[in-house]
Write a protein of this length. Sequence first.
Length: 328
Amino acid sequence: MSNVKRVAVTGAAGQIGYSLLPLIANGGIFGPNVKVQLQLLEVTPVLNALNGVRMELEDCAFPLLHGVVCTDDPKVAFKDADLCLLVGSKPRGPGMERKDLLQDNGKIFIGQGRAIAEAAGPDVRVVVVGNPCNTNCLIAMKNAKGVPAERFTAMTRLDQNRAKAQLALKAGAHWSDVKNVIIWGNHSNTQYPDWHHATIGGKAAAQAVNDDAWLQGPFLKTVQERGKAIIEARGKSSALSAAQAAVDHAKSLYTVHTAADSVALCVYSDGSYGTPEGIVSGFPCTTDGKGNWKIVPGLAMNEFSKQKAAITWKELLDEREMVKDLLG
Ligand code: NAX
């Protein structure tokens, strides 16, 4: 089994899981030459549905898929895991306050953080997708005693992909030509998608788009509220695009990204760019292909960017305050 990557996925019978698992089993994260074992976690009442997902995965006969474990025990799911994708969390119920959601989901991430520390492989990486993902990531990290904080990241890659697409559509370019959009702060509607360092086909995005009012208004709003727009259109939250973004995020840890094509990761803040320390916040990052990231240094932030970033950083501080009793 030593040449098989073990990938744990929580909430695996959920709608993101259903789109995510085939992407992983097809080599979407570790490439076409690396075998994977999927270690799937669900809550006990959903194990039967999860078993149905396992049957379908077997029925796909994926060449790279070497084993599927289904369990309701986090320690079994995270056993020797190389990568843990924490997707499962509770949706906000009717009449539920954000604080209640943070507390309820926070408890899940205490247990999962502890189980990762106890059971996961020595070089594990953890990607948190389940919302509120930044603060859930902080809780898991703080409860995973002995696992370095930099092994934990949360996902704003979907927001970065959305921002790239909007810029490309506006500029009449292809989204693969768009580089270096930054997502500062929280994966919520306070996030700040920053185009000031972005390029489209090598040209400054502001020049290629040539419409500052659109960038400062409709562009920001569209990206910030895209999740809501998908729910209104589809009657369900983003799943296909979220699954793809989770794979993009994880893959970017295991491939090299330079400052010329930075990736959006939410990581434990060291205070760079005036971000408050000790929160999990979105930054532009480079990666070394071995699971490690660094915050891109030295980018200028104008007054507009500073003001927008301050709003989303404040929200993350407020979230941390609401879960301070859960931080290990
Ligand atoms: P679903 O409700 O379809 O699936 C969630 C699954 O998690 C369910 O099957 C549930 O049984 C399971 N679950 C709940 N508690 C669990 C626990 N303690 N251990 C293991 N499994 C558990 O939601 P889905 O649409 O798949 O979304 C999953 C999460 O991703 C949600 O929190 C959602 O808000 C979040 N998202 C995050 C995004 C991001 O960019 N970071 C974007 C997409 C998505 O909104």
